[in-house]
Design a protein around this ligand. Structure first.
Ligand code: EPU
Length: 342
């Protein structure tokens, strides 16, 4: 059956980006099925436009109006698709809200994703930037995903290795950028679940809660409490979570920085590499809680930039550039932004 694409023109994206920036899309479509994608691909006018795929809009900075077609992924559905002695495979459609999906797994006594509770955004966006928090990354549980190739119109299945996951990185930010549209993601959740409480903040919160042998739900509740205390709710203060990635430097570079700044926060990645806490670097430059017109740095976490009301994407990028220049000047470290500038 062929359908006509459900397109709206001159559409405000204000409620489709967690920074709450006003920008307009030339054309906009709610994608509720693969048939909608096919109809867009078959439409000569629409398929010729530049494309932007949006999930929850929690990882973008809209720097101007978008002159093409915005496709908002709105496919729904969560199902257990297979089970063996070791794993339960759960498939979730791209348009499901990430946190609601995590809660669904916990309601069905399936552990694994609890450390990733309360991360804003959608299921379809989770593998693209390989979301991560409190010692867990999406890649640890992604079994496979299905993607629509806008170039060929084919649906392909990518397994975990095909996704080429890295720290806040995947093939969707590399070769498949703009082409592969995630339709659904299948997670392998272990039957023999083990708590992941290696992250100091989580261990401390569980202790505070008087929990010594935590279940997945306890960890989820601890993570929700930590995130609520440290990170602004995008429904109240516009933001995109961590604005910068934690930079990876050589051991040599880290040792030199440690001599100059003994309180430097760093995590060993391998023999030759360390990850630095970007929040600490920015904080040391005095940025925490500082404002710059309509944008600012969140008072409880220097890694988060916030829209104080009426900010434009350009305001956000300007503040980010200023912070990057400061950190480079003081520490010789180049910070890389995590959200995508559109
Ligand atoms: N720190 C400061 N000042 C700050 C912020 C942090 O000194 O303003 C120090 C903290 O004291 C701590 C260290 O930096 O010693 C790390 O801070 P935190 O544990 O808050 O984590 P993070 O490295 O700032 C990362 C992720 C978060 C994730 C947390 C918990 C990145 C870019 N960010 O933040 O992810 O929730 O770890 O795992 O990797 C996101 O990606 O949007 C996000 C929120």
């Amino acid at each position: 059956m062929t359908i006509s694409p459900p397109v709206q023109y001159d559409f405000s994206l204000r409620h489709h980006n967690t920074f709450g920036v006003e920008a307009r899309a030339h054309a906009y479509a709610e994608v509720t099925s693969t048939a909608v994608l096919a109809s867009i691909r078959n439409d000569h006018m629409l398929s010729a436009l530049p494309r932007l795929v949006l999930g929850g809009g929690s990882n973008i900075v809209l720097t101007r109006d978008f002159p093409g077609l915005v496709m908002h992924m709105d496919m729904k559905g969560i199902d257990v698709v297979a089970e063996n002695d070791d794993f339960t495979l759960v498939r979730a459609a791209a348009g499901e809200n990430w946190h609601q999906f995590v809660l669904w797994t916990l309601d069905h006594a399936l552990g694994g994703l609890e450390n990733l509770s309360l991360i804003p955004g959608s299921v379809g966006a989770a593998p693209i930037q390989n979301i991560g928090a409190y010692g867990v990354e999406a890649k640890d549980y992604v079994h496979a995903l299905r993607a629509y190739d806008f170039g060929t119109g084919a649906i392909t299945t990518l397994n975990n290795a095909d996704c080429r996951f890295g720290y806040r990185d995947s093939i969707f930010k590399q070769g498949l950028q703009g082409r592969g549209i995630v339709l659904d993601v299948t997670f392998a959740l272990p039957k023999r679940w083990q708590a992941n409480v290696g992250y100091e903040d989580v261990a401390r919160k569980l202790e505070e809660n008087g929990v010594s042998a935590p279940c997945a739900r306890d960890i989820s509740e601890a993570v929700i409490a930590i995130r609520t205390a440290k990170l602004p709710d995008p429904a109240i203060i516009g933001n995109a979570g961590s604005f910068f990635k934690n930079p990876i430097v050589t051991t040599q570079q880290r040792d030199a920085l440690c001599s100059a700044f003994p309180r430097l926060v760093s995590y060993r990645q391998s023999e030759s590499e360390y990850k630095l806490a970007a929040g600490w670097l920015i904080d040391q430059c005095g940025w925490k809680g500082r404002t710059h017109g309509s944008v600012g740095v969140y008072e409880k976490q220097a890694l988060v930039l916030v829209n104080l009301g009426g900010a434009t994407g350009a305001d956000i990028v300007h503040l980010a550039n200023t912070i990057q220049a400061d950190v480079l000047d003081r520490f010789g470290v180049q910070l890389e932004s995590e959200p995508v500038y559109v």
